[in-house]
Ligand binder design. Structure first.
Ligand SMILES: [Fe+2]
Length: 369
């Protein structure tokens, strides 16, 4: 596949069975510095999107084979292309086509006969948006890579982030959290310790207990992590997790010694799975507890007023077998097992996904509201 011209304003894929329309769109767009690739049907468009990664797809509704709606639907269903804007070209005043286009996930519409000013305005706007989301995704991916690099420095905690992500997203589903909150919790599982990048190896990988002065340095990882993510608006809901995941209900945690409801619920949830994973995995200075032993330890902390009882109970209610299986799957795939399961599959496992307890639900009208 060759782009018909080169430029830097954006990469546009045109899918239209009319050679005249393709030539018109190409002429208008290349004159304004866009790179243009043109194909004559929806199937060729799908192939071109996979290879060329355009910033925007401009598709006619009526095409041989895959039509514009189906092309749009498939692009929006694919995680790799769901953020690629799709503009459908419809007939004048064709209300039903627009409704069908919206249902297929189209981002915008152009009406025939095409107006070059309207075309350029819409294309520029959507390409700008696409590049902005690309930049955000790149920044998020960079921070996540950083977090995994931190984990890789210490072979004793490899897999910690993946297991936490699996536990907390599964738990979040049980608690009835929305997709946004589940995403934030997953990000928090990966990023909670990103600030350890600033902790010296001698302290981070020390075998045995830290001296008081060393522990003071270790405690700074929550503030370093918060600063690392400070400029990323897309992580605004994750930053409280990074800062507060070592706070404890009774005020004995750090960095601020917050108490009770003063600790963000998201950080409380992460703290529970963080401690559970630390207890159930082997470290140089201790063996791995069984899930039952770990919950006994957690319950002791609940009784002392340190840990949130409702979240510890909710994690215990997930079931030991499920937690062990989640850990195994996360270690095997490097991704949370819960993400790979369709929602329907999750809902059809009554023993694992029974209704959460009422007090927990009442506490969570919306986690990050
Ligand atoms: Fe931490």
């Amino acid at each position: 596949m060759l782009y018909l011209s080169s430029g830097s304003a954006g990469r546009i894929l045109i899918a239209d069975d009319s050679a005249t329309t393709r030539a018109l769109l190409d002429r208008v767009l290349t004159a304004r510095g866009f790179e243009v690739c043109a194909v004559a049907d929806g199937d060729a468009a799908l192939t071109a999107v996979a290879h060329e990664r355009p910033d925007l797809v401009l598709a006619d509704v009526v095409m041989p084979g895959l039509d514009g709606y189906e092309l749009c639907r498939r692009l929006k269903a694919d995680p790799d292309t769901r953020l690629t804007p799709v503009v459908l070209v419809t007939g004048l005043g064709d209300r039903e086509s627009r409704i069908a286009g919206l249902e297929a996930g189209a981002d915008d519409f152009l009406t025939k006969p095409l107006d070059s000013h309207e075309l350029l305005a819409r294309v520029r706007s959507l390409v700008r948006l696409k590049r902005y989301t690309d930049a955000l995704e790149t920044a998020d991916a960079l921070i996540r890579s950083l977090a995994l690099a931190v984990e890789a420095r210490d072979p004793n905690v490899v897999g910690h982030c993946e297991r936490m992500a699996a536990y907390v997203t599964w738990l979040g589903r049980r608690l009835g959290l929305c997709d946004h909150d589940l995403t934030v919790l997953e990000q928090g599982a990966y990023l909670h310790d990103v600030g350890k990048i600033g902790i010296p190896d001698a302290i981070l990988m020390k075998r045995g207990r830290l001296m008081p002065a060393e522990f003071e340095i270790m405690k700074t990882h929550v503030l370093i992590g918060e600063r690392l993510c400070a400029g990323l608006h897309s992580l605004s809901d994750v930053k409280p997790i990074i800062r507060c995941h070592h706070e404890r209900i009774d005020g004995s945690g750090y960095p601020e010694g917050l108490t009770g409801a003063g600790i963000p619920l998201s950080a409380q949830l992460i703290s529970v799975v963080d401690v559970y994973d630390a207890l159930t995995t082997e470290r140089p200075y201790k063996g791995a507890l069984t899930p039952r032993q770990a919950f006994d330890e957690l319950q002791a902390d609940v009784d002392r007023g340190r840990m949130p009882g409702e979240f510890v109970t909710a994690l215990a209610d997930v079931g030991e077998e499920t937690l062990v299986e989640l850990a195994r799957a996360a270690e095997a795939t490097g991704t949370p097992a819960v993400e790979t399961q369709p929602a329907q599959a999750v809902e059809t496992q009554p023993t694992q996904m029974s209704s959460p307890t009422e007090p927990v639900v009442a506490a969570l009208p919306r986690l990050f509201a």
